[in-house]
Design a protein around this ligand. Structure first.
Ligand code: ADP
Length: 597
């Protein structure tokens, strides 16, 4: 992954590096320029002086005869005096009188004995000075040499160059130096940019990749072809990303596993951190607390769970650092609710809490049903047993009892034991179809013939009770998959009840059957006492009777309709009732028809 040029040009590091490089280069070039220009200037001055010196040395010999004569003369007639037209030549006698000058008329010139170069030459043989010339009116570089013969001073030869000419030569040198410095600067700046870019570019690439890795793109890698420290850094970065990617994968994998386990749990699980902010909430907990299906991570518990009881208990547990469990009621729902504190490591201390919720509504309901059932069954059984015991004890205690009374007691004992038998039979039948149990011996049962058979069996009972029992059954067979005995008992119970709860003489019971789509409907209608609306749902409960005394007098156990309901459910059907007091009742059983394979 290479950075585009505009990104590189925006890099501060590039410009810092390049700036430092440029500055260093500038300092070097300026220092080098300064030192070399000073040296060159010195060399040039030395060279000019040497030139003047050799010219003066040459003139020493040429001018010797003129100095010996010690007369003013015109120097222009002397012949070749030098190459440089700017050079001024002056001949001075030992007293300072100017004998000749190639620029001025010697008669107009002052005594030169006190000129610094003449004084120096007088002492050392040669003297030089840079100063303003009053004669010619500008700065000059003077060089004078003593001229002697046989240790006798003949005078001085002085050559001079205007400093402007020296400056011109130096200026040209400086210009060349500056030009080469500029060219070197440009070349070095270009080289410096290329080097800075070469150093910066991989760092920019690595920075970009590193920040993208930090944002979660762990699959990215930096090219690490170089063998130097930058290459090693890239490799280290790649190792880091690979390690992070592997660890994130592991963490994600274990997180997914935990989520899968938690979402598969029937119990609701909510994990919160120390600030009671949600870390995880599983589907079961959402269902139990009727929460929306959206991400709730990070939200405070009290904002999500509106049940103040839960929030208070969690709060208390986290303050007291102690788990607890309790049961709460939410409308018709009962929730078992426990809080377990999560133990963090030593460094981080406590790590939050886990709330486990279990919907125990059905369990509590079943428990209640069981308790009620045991109480009701004991009560129902207790009554005939107590009666039988009473009659038996009376007969035993009274051996002299007359035979008529004894016979009456024995009849009562028989009827009570028949009642006991009915109860036990019904309980046995009920236990077979309780809860999820299904019919065991399934076969194809023709309901038309079954109902018709039950009705003809019950015809005599109906006649005894003064009730008219009629049927309205279809011609064709209507078959279902079921257990013949159970279905027989279901229809018998309904017909029996219809006869029992109808008025003698005026009572009419009709049993109808018809097909409706995939269902067969069996209706048992009577014009009997009817059932009040508020009792209609409860009559299917075990031992529930609208009029307990009347039912008992009629030999009822209170289990008949409960058996009807369970048999219908066991055959994937249902039963319902429509009734008006004093007008009559219709029970409708719906059963799914047999589907040929
Ligand atoms: P029981 O043995 O008392 O008849 P069931 O479970 O069969 O028990 O019926 C429960 C109660 O429903 C009865 O006690 C009675 O009050 C009421 N009941 C059932 N069938 C009828 C009906 N056809 N007409 C009026 N009331 C009925």
């Amino acid at each position: 992954m290479t950075s585009p040029p505009h990104t590189i040009l925006k890099s501060r590091f590039l410009w810092q590096l390049y700036g430092a490089f440029g500055l260093m280069m500038l300092i070097c070039i300026v220092m080098f320029g300064f030192v070399s220009s000073s040296q060159m200037e010195e060399d040039a001055r030395l060279h000019i002086r040497e030139g003047l010196n050799s010219q003066a040395t040459m003139l020493q010999f040429i001018m010797k005869p003129y100095l010996v004569r010690n007369e003013v003369f015109d120097i222009h007639g002397v012949g070749h005096l030098g190459d440089d037209p700017d050079t001024r030549i002056t001949l001075i006698n030992p007293q300072g009188l100017v004998l000749a000058d190639n620029r001025e008329d010697p008669s107009h010139m002052n005594n030169h004995a006190r000129r610094p170069e003449i004084l120096a030459a007088m002492k050392a043989g040669m003297g030089a000075s840079e100063r303003y010339s009053e004669t010619v009116g500008f700065n000059m570089l003077y060089l004078a040499r003593r001229v002697e013969e046989n240790d006798a001073l003949l005078g001085y030869v002085r050559v001079a160059l205007p400093l402007a000419s020296v400056e011109r030569q130096l200026q040209s040198l400086r210009e060349k130096l500056i030009l080469s410095a500029c060219v070197i600067t440009l070349v070095f700046l270009a080289i410096g940019f290329v080097i800075s870019r070469a150093v910066t570019s991989p760092i920019i690439d690595m920075t970009r990749v590193a920040s993208r890795i930090a944002r979660g793109e762990f699959n990215l890698r930096v090219p690490s072809l170089r063998q130097d420290e930058i290459g090693l850094l890239a490799k280290a970065l790649n190792d880091l990303a690979e390690g992070a990617e592997r660890r994130i994968e592991q963490v994600t994998h274990s997180h997914d596993q935990i989520s899968a386990v938690l979402s598969g749990l029937a119990e609701g699980v909510i994990a919160v951190d120390t600030d009671q902010r949600i870390i995880h909430i599983n589907a079961a907990a959402r269902d139990m607390l009727r929460l929306e299906n959206r991400d709730m991570s990070g939200l405070p518990l009290w904002e999500v769970v509106r049940i103040s009881e839960i929030c208070q208990v969690v709060d208390h547990c986290m303050t007291e650092l102690k788990g607890t469990s309790t049961t709460i009621r939410q409308g018709k729902t009962s929730l078992d609710f426990s809080v377990v504190l999560m133990k963090g490591n030593e460094k981080r201390g406590q790590n939050g809490a886990i709330i486990v919720l279990e919907d125990v509504t059905d369990m509590l309901h079943l428990q209640q049903i069981r308790t009620d059932f045991v109480a009701n069954a004991s009560h129902e059984l207790k009554t005939p047993i107590a009666a039988i015991r009473g009659f038996v004890e009376t007969i035993i205690d009274d051996p002299a009892m007359d035979s008529e009374t004894r016979q009456r007691f024995l009849d009562r004992i028989r009827s009570q034991s028949a009642r006991l038998d009915n109860i036990v039979q019904d309980l046995l039948a009920l236990s077979r179809f309780d809860n999820d149990s299904r019919p065991r011996s399934l076969s194809s049962v023709d309901l038309v013939s079954l109902v018709s058979q039950v009705c003809s069996t019950r015809q005599s009972d109906a006649q005894d009770a003064g009730v008219t029992l009629t049927t309205d059954l279809p011609e064709q067979r209507l078959e279902i998959d079921g257990e013949y005995g159970a279905l027989d008992q279901m229809i018998s119970n309904l017909v029996e009840n219809a006869i029992k709860y109808s008025d003698p003489a005026t009572g009419r019971v009709e049993v109808r059957m018809f097909q409706q789509d995939d269902l067969v409907l069996i209706q048992v209608e009577d014009n009997g006492i009817g059932i009040p609306a508020e009792e209609q749902q409860r009559i299917f409960e075990r031992f529930y009777r609208v009029d307990r005394a009347r039912s008992r007098d009629l030999g009822g156990t209170g289990l008949g309709l409960s058996i009807v309901k369970h048999v219908a459910l066991a055959h994937k059907g249902a039963v319902e009732v429509q009734s008006s007091p004093q007008e009559g009742t219709v029970f409708t059983v719906r059963l799914p028809l047999h589907r040929p394979a």
